[in-house]
Design a binder for this molecule. Structure first.
Ligand code: ME8
Length: 521
């Protein structure tokens, strides 16, 4: 990692913490890849980044799955957490911390937030009687449920609900309606995308009921301080991970003061209500600043179908990365799916991106221009002659990229960053074809050298900008462009720095191989 400078802007971002009741699926991979690309982008842009991910290990879903598998919840968590960590390593995720909610630091933190909410008068004992979905770990009002033809009562997400009736501690969520609406008013991009924000705001305008925040019928969780027969509702403890990760309850610690409030929580659309309603309400009650933004990404479907074990199309993300390549998979997810919308993936769509965008557009341009350089100039980047109008135009397009990328990233439009970069790659291909440097070897070697120089400079800026999405492949491309390791961040973009003439490039090797369909019997 680049050393953290005192002057740089700090940036704290998180993923949701996954339930380790099973192996990680494609949705988990998608979320952590997207968040990783944002983290890497902010680091390359000079920020002091803290990136937290982890696992959400308590709750009834874990207890039920463990029982079905003949394990303790703890053993189930330990087994699956290892799979999440292995996935993160495989996918080249650059998180700074991995939190498990079963850790002692998190118990302390959860009990501390509870005590603060209670001291503020927002926590009281009563009785809960209502519907609960174990799969969603969520309480639903009767009117949110429906009974299907199969006689099963289900919640709004389609998961079965069961009747729960027990003594419970409650959080006075009803007292936060106006405060939340004020927050939404004050911070108009508190939730992105905008359409999701509108849904949240109208839900809150519809009125808020107090929230049951403890359970007594199982004991896998964090005990309620002072009333140990209750354990905390799993979402109270889960959301709190975001402050545990920066040292809560030690609010005077350097960590907490540096990084809280979080700049960005990246989560899926199914859990937006927890993050945009409950979480800021808990924090306001506890006297802790609210996060700056919640970004709700869409769901990934296999060829448009919802993934589920029963459909039998759950695909192991580690297997996909082995098959297509880690950077190829990262690129596919982030280019193919507009961030914030649902998307689908299929073998054909992945192969198309690998071959069209990576192997053809970027890979061929690099390979053709750099092997011509190796042959005609012995790998030494020539001093360019005077730039023509075409040279100036393509350089200007490359120079403008960093500004566009920053603008898109300010609202997490990762796909737009890639769209902008690949628009310049397409321009550069047209430029290269139009200038036909192969034909200049005999007639005008200086002009040939200039075209190759300009192409190498465009490739340099493209490779630097695509690093957050494809760290390994772009690192390789920058290696063969002989760009020093300390000259690969975004301060090197925009045109005030150019690739150094006279530098010797190592022999080029293809960075983006074509996908060749294996022969079938
Ligand atoms: O919800 N496509 O955990 P989780 C894209 N523990 N994203 C998906 C997805 C899909 N098909 N399926 C799930 C939980 N996700 C809680 C979070 S945070 C304090 C606690 C996303 O393992 C989902 O939206 O069910 C969520 O953001 C993340 O994966 C973890 O889901």
């Amino acid at each position: 990692r680049a050393s953290k400078s005192m002057a740089s802007k700090r940036y704290y971002l998180t993923t949701a913490i996954a339930y380790p009741n099973g192996a990680p699926h494609i949705g988990h991979a998608y979320e952590v890849i997207a968040t990783d690309a944002i983290a890497r982008f902010m680091r390359l842009d000079g920020c002091d980044v803290h990136f937290l991910t982890g696992t959400d290990e308590h709750g009834q879903k874990m207890v039920q799955t463990a029982a079905r598998e003949g394990l303790t919840a703890r053993a189930l968590a330990d087994r699956n957490v290892a799979l999440f960590q292995a996935m993160d390593a495989k996918l080249n995720i650059s998180h700074d911390d991995f939190i498990r909610t079963t850790e002692a630091r998190h118990h302390r933190s959860s009990q501390a937030i509870w005590e603060r909410m209670k001291a503020n008068g927002d926590v009281y004992l009563s009785k809960y009687a209502g519907w609960y979905s174990v799969r969603d770990e969520a309480f639903y009002t009767e009117s949110e449920t429906t009974v299907g033809d199969d006689k099963v009562r289900r919640g709004p997400s389609g998961t079965p609900v069961e009747w729960v009736e027990e003594e419970s501690w409650f959080f006075r969520l009803s007292a936060y309606q106006q405060k939340l609406l004020d927050l939404y008013e004050r911070v108009p991009d508190f939730v992105l995308p905008k359409e999701r924000f509108n849904e949240v705001a109208s839900f809150v305008r519809g009125g808020l009921q107090d929230l049951s925040i403890s359970r007594t019928t199982f004991d896998w969780g964090i005990p309620v301080p002072g009333d140990e027969k209750h354990i905390m509702y799993v979402w109270v403890d889960a959301l709190t991970n975001y402050i545990t990760g920066v040292g809560f309850p030690d609010t005077d610690s350097a960590m907490f003061r540096t990084y809280w409030p979080a700049d960005l929580h990246v989560i899926g659309k199914d859990i937006l209500r927890f993050h945009a309603v409950y979480w800021p309400a808990f924090l306001m009650s506890a006297g802790v600043d609210v996060p700056r933004r919640v970004f709700s990404h869409g769901f990934l479907f296999n060829r448009g179908e919802k993934m589920s074990k029963s459909v039998g199309n759950v695909i192991d993300p580690v297997g996909l990365a082995d098959l297509y390549g880690v950077d190829q998979l990262r690129y596919f997810f982030l280019r193919e799916v507009p961030f914030g919308q649902d998307g689908s993936y299929s073998h054909e769509a992945i192969v198309n991106r690998i071959n069209a965008d990576l192997a053809n557009d970027l890979g061929n341009l690099a390979q053709r221009s750099l092997s011509m350089l190796a042959k005609a100039f012995k790998g030494v980047l020539p001093q360019p002659g005077a730039f023509s109008g075409n040279d100036e135009a393509i350089l200007a397009a490359a120079d403008a990229l960093v500004g566009k990328a920053r603008e898109h990233m300010a609202t997490q439009q990762i796909h737009q960053v890639l769209n902008a970069v690949w628009a310049v790659v397409a321009d550069a291909n047209r430029y290269f074809a139009g200038e036909a440097p192969w034909a200049l070897a005999k007639t005008d070697p200086v002009r040939q050298g200039t075209v190759l120089y300009v192409t190498a400079e465009v490739l340099r800026q493209v490779a630097i900008l695509a690093q957050p999405v494809m760290p390994t492949a772009c690192g390789k491309l920058l290696d063969i462009l002989a760009v020093p390791a300390d000259a690969r961040d975004f301060s090197q973009l925009g045109g005030h720095v150019r690739i150094a003439p006279g530098s010797t490039l190592p022999p080029p090797s293809p960075v983006f191989p074509r996908w060749i369909e294996p022969a079938t019997e």
